[in-house]
Design a protein around this ligand. Structure first.
Ligand SMILES: [Zn+2]
Length: 644
């Protein structure tokens, strides 16, 4: 990182001078604001008193802004005076762009990799976005921030120096501003590089600062653009390098465990976020002039109507990578700020698992196989919200049933994994292969097992029930909170209780929780308050111990790595069927299931997995419904056949 110019002495002020680096960044900024007359000493004293009370959650600068004693622009102006000598990380915390504990994690990571600049660590961990880092660095050095990821080039300007000079020195011209030229530098403190740039672009440079990675990537794009301009295609199809930008986002997503990419238009910028291990993380944001070209490019790739911007659309992309072709589902949704695009990367998730590998406890798996999958007919439903791993479990069940003597046919929207030996159909309304049409034909194909991707309405529920009544085994998914919720929802779809009780053999509910990183896990003994939040009487579960990740390089200082599935398997025995037939309430059906059918609930399975050190208290609270009191862990171990 660039070194900072020495602070110049300040005139007398109510605060100790000269700048005292033991003083907090907030106080140093406030000192400059007092010196420049933005703030009176009395106002600062007031803000400091308030700040003391909220120091755990607020910075002094944010208190000043909330009290309307200073604006963000004035605070940034104070940084630009060069009188607030402070490390970048602390400035980002003061500006409210970074959490203090994230800074601690980043500093810990830097101690292990002293060569890596702190800004790279912060951005790579998604603690802050690259634009905020560049803006803060530019403030500290009083330079122009340049977001090189998304900048456009002026080809005649690029040609004024050889591309090898840009590559070797980490700078590249951005644009003319009147008589002057804006040049972005990865390291504006390097005097030789500044001199070299002046030779090519004149003495009166506007010095810009950009993130090193972005500047080097921009130089790569500049090279391509120069080659393209030599090839001289007169028509500019690729406005502002949109092809390279979109491919860059896709490539970044495909090299990590990303399931979805969100392009979210805002008033001024397009935010790009990834869903990774089930959690949204910021990837980048780009100004709107680039956004329009990027969204246009995606629409071309997805085969959507480019001219249409006011209606929702969808499409598909077959994206070729070195590892093979990736199927991408694209949904385009018209919002007030423009089109929001979500890309679902279909083959980028976990590979097809066997039923033994999905993480079900031994007794639970036994019951599922014996009472549901091996039953000659009946409906098996996998329920849970989007992103709960339903599809993985559904496919594992299909995999289990798939053998030479069984005919399996599917109606999926869309096919997410291809499995040899079964007949899969992807719904495609554009060519009139609708869900309803497909389900009408599916039974006529003489199948043993029918896989209905999802029960989404009364019609698909009736198809599933009717197929089971005529002796088929039906596997399907359903969007409900828990297993009993699945039964109740069918009742609410006007399916007769006796039809449900005579066809549904099992309902599996599930969630995915993050797995505690095994490299930095430490013991977490639950407090009485935490036990109470799980639904325990503190005395009944005293000493219950989970695990918690403290953050290490292996988990990129997040404390979690990968995910674990948590299950609830309801098998409908006589007692449960009776409860259903007599239209008992969800609460009563749940009680009957737990007491008479050995149901282990989602929260109970989660507690057993957390007690084994697989996941954390926070994940259980965040992800699992807590509808009834959990039983003690020792009893759950016995019910699940888990050795403590
Ligand atoms: Zn770790």
């Amino acid at each position: 990182m660039a070194t900072l110019p020495n602070a110049s002495p300040r005139p007398a002020s109510p605060l100790p001078a000269p700048p005292d680096t033991t003083m907090s960044v907030g106080l140093r900024i406030a000192g400059v604001l007092v010196d420049s007359g933005v703030l009176t000493a009395e106002q600062l004293a007031l803000a400091s008193r308030i700040h003391k009370k909220v120091a755990a959650s607020r910075t002094l600068s944010s208190v000043l802004i909330e009290l309307k004693l200073a604006t963000e622009a004035q605070i940034r102006g104070a940084l630009r005076t060069g009188k607030v000598e402070a490390p970048l990380g602390e400035v980002l915390v003061e500006l409210g762009r970074l959490e203090p504990h994230e800074l601690q994690l980043a500093l810990a990571q830097q101690r292990e990799h002293p060569q890596t600049p702190i800004e790279d660590i912060l951005v790579d961990n998604h603690f802050v976005n690259a634009a905020d880092v560049v803006a803060a660095q530019a403030d500290l050095l009083d330079l122009t921030p340049v977001f090189a990821d998304t900048m456009a080039f002026e080809v005649p300007l690029l040609k004024r120096a050889p591309i090898s000079t840009y590559k070797a020195n980490g700078f590249v011209p951005v644009r003319r501003e009147g008589e002057r030229t804006l040049v972005v530098f990865a390291d504006p403190a390097n005097k030789q590089q500044l001199e070299l740039a002046r030779k090519h672009f004149g003495n009166d440079l506007i010095v810009g600062i950009g993130a090193r990675k972005s500047v080097m990537a921009a130089i790569g794009r500049a090279e391509k653009e120069l080659v393209a301009s030599v090839a001289a295609a007169p028509q500019v199809i690729d406005g502002g390098g949109a092809v390279a930008l979109v491919n860059g986002v896709l490539d970044a997503a495909l090299t990590s465990r990303v399931s979805d990419i969100h392009f979210e238009p805002g008033r001024e910028r397009l935010r790009i976020r990834f869903r990774q291990d089930g959690v949204m993380v910021l990837h980048d944001d780009v100004p709107n002039d680039k956004a329009v070209a990027m969204i246009g490019r995606i629409k071309v790739m997805a085969g959507a109507d480019i001219a249409e911007r006011r209606r929702h659309q969808d499409g598909r992309i077959q994206y070729d990578t070195s590892r093979g072709t990736v199927d991408i589902r694209v949904s385009i949704y018209a919002t007030i700020h423009g089109e929001k695009v979500v890309m679902r990367l279909l083959n980028n998730r976990d590979t097809l698992l066997t039923i033994r590998d999905i993480g079900m406890a031994p007794r639970m798996l036994e019951a599922l196989q014996r009472d549901a999958l091996d039953a000659p007919s009946g409906v098996v439903m996998v329920t849970g919200p989007t992103g709960s791993g339903k599809t993985t479990t559904l496919y594992a069940a299909v995999n289990y049933l798939n053998d030479a003597n069984t005919s399996i046919i599917t109606a999926e929207d869309p096919v997410e994994y291809m499995i040899d030996g079964i007949s899969q159909c992807s719904i495609n309304p554009k060519i009139n292969v609708s869900y309803a049409e497909t389900l009408k034909h599916i039974v006529r194909q003489d199948p043993d097992v029918i896989v209905i991707g999802e029960i989404r309405d009364q019609f698909s529920a009736e198809v599933a029930i009717n197929a089971a009544l005529t002796g088929h085994k039906v596997l399907t998914t359903f969007h409900t909170e828990d297993s009993i919720g699945g039964l109740i929802r069918l009742l609410n779809m006007n399916i007769e209780a006796f039809l449900i009780s005579s066809t549904v053999v099992s309902v599996i509910a599930q969630r995915l929780v993050r797995r505690v990183c095994p490299h930095c896990a430490e013991k977490h003994v639950l407090t009485p308050n935490e036990l109470a939040r799980l639904g325990y009487q503190p005395a009944d579960a005293a000493g219950l111990t989970f695990a918690r990740g403290t953050g290490c390089p292996a988990c990129r200082h997040i404390g979690y790595k990968g995910r674990v599935a948590v299950f609830e398997v309801l098998v409908l025995n006589e007692t449960v069927r009776d409860a259903l037939l007599s239209r008992k309430t969800a609460y009563e059906i749940r009680r009957v299931c737990v007491e008479a059918s050995g149901l282990v609930t989602l929260i109970e399975d989660g507690i057993v997995k957390a007690a084994a050190g697989l996941t954390s208290f926070e994940e259980l609270i965040r992800q699992l419904p807590r509808l009834s009191r959990p039983r003690p862990v020792s009893e759950l171990h016995r019910l699940l056949g888990v050795n403590a």
